[in-house]
Design a protein around this ligand. Sequence first.
Ligand SMILES: Nc1ncnc2c1ncn2[C@@H]1O[C@H](COP(=O)(O)OP(=O)(O)OP(=O)(O)O)[C@@H](O)[C@H]1O
Length: 256
Amino acid sequence: MSGIEVRSLSAGYRGREVLSGISTTVDTGGWLGIIGPNGAGKSTLLKAIAGLVRHTGGVLVDGRPLEALRRRERARAIGYAPQIPQLPIGLTVTDYVLLGRTPHLGLLARESAADLDVVAWVLEKLDLTGLANRSLSTLSGGERQRAVLARALAQRAGVLLLDEPTTGLDIGHAQALLDLVDELRRELGTTVVSTLHDLTLAGQYAERLLLLDRGEVVAEGTPSEALTPELLATHYAARTSILHSPDGTPVIAPVR
Ligand SMILES: Nc1ncnc2c1ncn2[C@@H]1O[C@H](COP(=O)(O)OP(=O)(O)OP(=O)(O)O)[C@@H](O)[C@H]1O
């Protein structure tokens, strides 16, 4: 499986720079959470790592520059679940999640029993089995979000980029999703980079957090290092107090 290195990455849209000089490393099987206020550049950073936004600087997967990978290699190396996906209408949940297996199929090859097993496994884990034959267009917001994540997880890429994966999910489904991502990380060595607005969940699941503000890294470290009332006041203009759950991870409590 693959680690990832970002070197002096800058990116933007139509001449306006949104990210400047971002550098970070995620070891194989590591989980980096990207946090920061609205508009800080979190989604743009994930898109740049996925090769979907033009950037300068380097993104290396397992020491190899992203540009050196052919399309299929890249699709096997990096899975990306966007915040606002474009969904093909008319497809069933199963057919949509099967699209995640495309990078593993031979030319013109149909999916194998192993591909169908991966899809059945991920549908089960994300509580989608009962919706397997439903059309995507009939799903609720949270169900659709889970289908998008199921497709990305079925891809079994070495690096998984998840943009706000818990948006729209209730607390139980959010935990099931994050537990599943953690299982892939531990059992298959999948490397995870995710943006998360819920800072308590970010601190519970990511090993390291990178705090972005106005396109720059302003803090990076363990959850306890990156989630301090001072940093949250400075960069989010938020009033918070940090509690601790029994396992020691920080719980961010808003203070009225
Ligand atoms: N396609 C685009 N064209 C022009 N500007 C864009 C585009 N996408 C994002 N931006 C701008 O880039 C900046 C960073 O946006 P980005 O979506 O990366 O922020 P974010 O940290 O993910 O924010 P949020 O927490 O609100 O999702 C914002 O100012 C945004 O308006």
